[in-house]
Design a binder for this molecule. Structure first.
Ligand code: CA
Length: 654
């Protein structure tokens, strides 16, 4: 008995050691004034570094090169913080901080809470944020995106800032910048709108911009460099290479605000792509120099874990990183009027942190749009049950996850170039399309055992699911279709592309599109273009003229979705009750009826059919009163209606 008890005690101690790190003993700072508090007569700097025995603030005249002109010792303060108060007006002075731990001085690094920085983000900048507001900024408001601004009313369009305008065909003056994307009435040589005016013309509601916080991979002293930017350095500072003057820390802030202001005035909301799951640097990051180890997860052997496949993973469950994430997103919403966040590799973050973020943001902006990737890129030491992965989506409050089920259901696996999807003739994906149509909610007619990835419905509401078929990652849709179906002629591949977009824009959930695919943008077969430069990534606006019928078709789908709440049901219960699939159809064909009258739609009934096969399909349908929703030719024959090969049909009754 004694031996058993001893075993039990040892076991409990081991378990406690596994869940408790030395970091749990670090004091938590509960104030909200970390970083710089600027004043005309005095500026106050506060950092958190609980194991330091000394700390210094270094001041510089320049953002790059030269030595500090003064070094200010920081005083030990409450809850592990260090404070320096400096008299005088420090506007336009650059600064770094360093700490002494175990007798060693750290590198001089930017304050993680920095809001402005010099070139390449090496030194933070003292500023009065009011100086960065463009005229009229205090009157800037986020436009409504529907009558009620429900998440399922959003049609998100994902785009990279440089890609949008850098091509010679864009007609934009300040190519590749925040300012360039704020130019209105720009046109290609044939007179079609480009850039921001194109987005207005398409009618989407939210523009999701790839990372525009300060990232590492582009040297801001150079021009012509390219990267997507998933390698954060200063989370609360805009990226300098999108500015017309990266050396001046205020210009990038002002130009980003001007861009957001112009988007808002154009009826568009702005979603920010955020990457709190890892940092570009590890040992040398500002976080790790100030508090070694604390902000990152470790494996059992003490080495850094890497669930992001980017060299490290942050530890959102530790209070001071949770606090950092929360205060960072709050800052972007309050200071820049951001309308939504896309969380990169959200499956790395813990559910408690994500729900805290969602609750807090919804209190200050009830219609903010939050979604993320419900997966990781590797193993994490934090148990999966505690992380914001797709299968835990039902535990998230007001945060959606990307549905890879419908994405790959439509076009085939992103990890296997040869694999086809429903829109390219893989009839085995039929049930995955049905699961996508109901936005991963429970539905009595969806047979989960035949769905490609998920075996249980993971959403409790369609607002928890992003319905899409592609994003910046992996082959762009037009290339994927060509690579997986090389024998199809161009006219057929256009039909497949349009079928894919029809499925996305008629499915329940939150619609999500990738820039340029509406006019058959290609990346020349490049699967991972994150650093492949403008020649692969730039959006060629001449395609808009060449493929006008395709984007006009996508535009008509967007118009249809916005006009008809039947495609945007708000609850899983409504979908289960008011969306009825036709039974006993051939594999490769999906058809369903939406009860428009029950969900407040002017159309009493809507009938949608997708045909992912190479032959026309004649589906049973009574002729009475049905009209085609889009300009699609209607053919009837003996109580059946024709759904064309690689095509769709949308009918309605008033
Ligand atoms: Ca940068």
């Amino acid at each position: 008995m004694k031996k058993y008890l001893l075993h039990l005690i040892v076991l409990l101690m081991v378990q406690q050691a596994a869940t408790q790190t030395p970091f749990s003993r670090y004091p938590v700072y509960t104030g909200s004034d970390l970083g710089l508090q600027y004043g005309e007569r005095e500026s106050v700097f506060r950092i958190w570094s609980p194991t330091a025995t000394a700390a210094q603030l270094q001041l510089y005249r320049e953002g790059w090169g030269g030595d500090s002109y003064t070094v200010v010792p920081m005083e030990s303060s409450v809850q592990g913080t260090w404070v320096a108060k400096v008299k005088g007006n420090l506007k336009n002075v650059f600064y770094t901080v360093r700490v002494q731990i175990n007798g060693q001085w750290s590198d001089a690094v930017t304050d993680p809470y920095a809001r402005a920085a010099g070139i390449n983000g090496k030194r933070a900048l003292v500023l009065d944020l009011k100086d960065t507001n463009p005229p009229g900024w205090e009157r800037d408001i986020s436009p409504a995106f529907s009558a009620t601004n429900q998440p399922t009313d959003a049609i998100v369009y994902e785009m990279h800032i440089r890609d949008a305008t850098i091509h010679s065909s864009s007609g934009v003056q300040q190519k590749g910048t925040f300012a360039g994307l704020a130019e209105l009435n720009t046109r290609n040589a044939a007179g079609e709108t480009t850039g921001l005016s194109h987005l207005k013309e398409m009618g989407v509601t939210h523009i999701h911009l790839l990372p525009f916080y300060d990232y590492n991979s582009v040297d801001e002293t150079q021009t012509g460099q390219y990267n997507w930017g998933y390698d954060p350095v200063n989370y609360n500072v805009p990226e300098g290479s999108y500015s017309t003057n990266a050396a001046d820390g205020l210009t990038r802030i002002r130009e980003l605000k001007q861009m957001i202001q112009t988007f808002h005035a154009s009826g568009l909301r702005v979603v920010m792509d955020v990457v709190y799951n890892h940092t570009a640097l590890l040992d040398k990051s500002n976080f790790n120099q100030l508090v070694p180890g604390y902000y990152y997860r470790q494996k059992a052997d003490g080495s850094f874990s890497d669930a992001t496949a980017c060299g490290n993973e942050t530890a959102s469950e530790r209070p001071m990183f949770r606090k950092f994430m929360l205060e960072s997103v709050l800052y972007w919403v309050k200071e820049y009027h951001i309308d939504g966040f896309r969380f990169d590799l959200m499956g790395v973050h813990d559910i408690e942190t994500m729900n805290l973020i969602a609750d807090t943001l919804h209190k200050i902006k009830p219609d903010i749009l939050l979604y993320g990737e419900g997966w990781t890129a590797g193993e994490s030491p934090l148990p999966e049950s505690e992380r914001a992965v797709k299968k835990n989506a039902h535990l998230l409050k007001g945060i959606a996850v990307f549905s890879d089920d419908i994405r790959d259901g439509i076009k085939g696996s992103v990890f296997n170039i040869a694999d086809r999807g429903f829109a390219t003739g893989k009839t085995a994906n039929t049930e995955s399309i049905k699961f996508g149509v109901v936005a991963a909610c429970a539905h009595p007619q969806v047979h989960m055992d035949a769905v490609n990835y998920s075996k249980v419905p993971y959403a409790k509401s369609p607002a928890q699911v992003i319905s899409y078929c592609e994003c910046h990652d992996n082959n762009i849709l037009w290339d994927k279709i060509a690579l997986s179906f090389p024998e199809a002629d161009e006219a057929t591949r256009v039909r497949m592309q349009q079928l894919a977009y029809t499925i996305v824009l008629t499915s329940q959930g939150i619609s999500f599109l990738h820039a340029g695919s509406e006019f058959l943008r290609s990346k020349k077969g490049e699967e991972n273009s994150y650093n492949k430069g403008d020649s692969i990534n730039a959006i060629d606006w001449q395609l808009k003229t060449i493929h006008k019928p395709v984007w006009r078709y996508v535009q008509s789908l967007i118009r249809l979705r916005k006009a008809h709440p039947a495609f945007r049901m708000r609850t899983a219960e409504a979908i289960a009750r008011h969306l009825r699939f036709a039974e006993n159809l051939p594999a490769g064909v999906v058809a369903y009826t939406l009860d428009g009258a029950a969900v407040g739609d002017a159309w009493k009934q809507v009938w949608v059919a997708y045909n992912g096969t190479a032959t026309d399909q004649w589906l049973p349908m009574e002729r009475g009163g049905w009209k085609a929703a889009l300009e699609q030719g209607l053919q009837w024959q003996e109580g059946k209606v024709r759904v064309p090969a690689w095509g769709s049909l949308i009918l309605y009754r008033e």
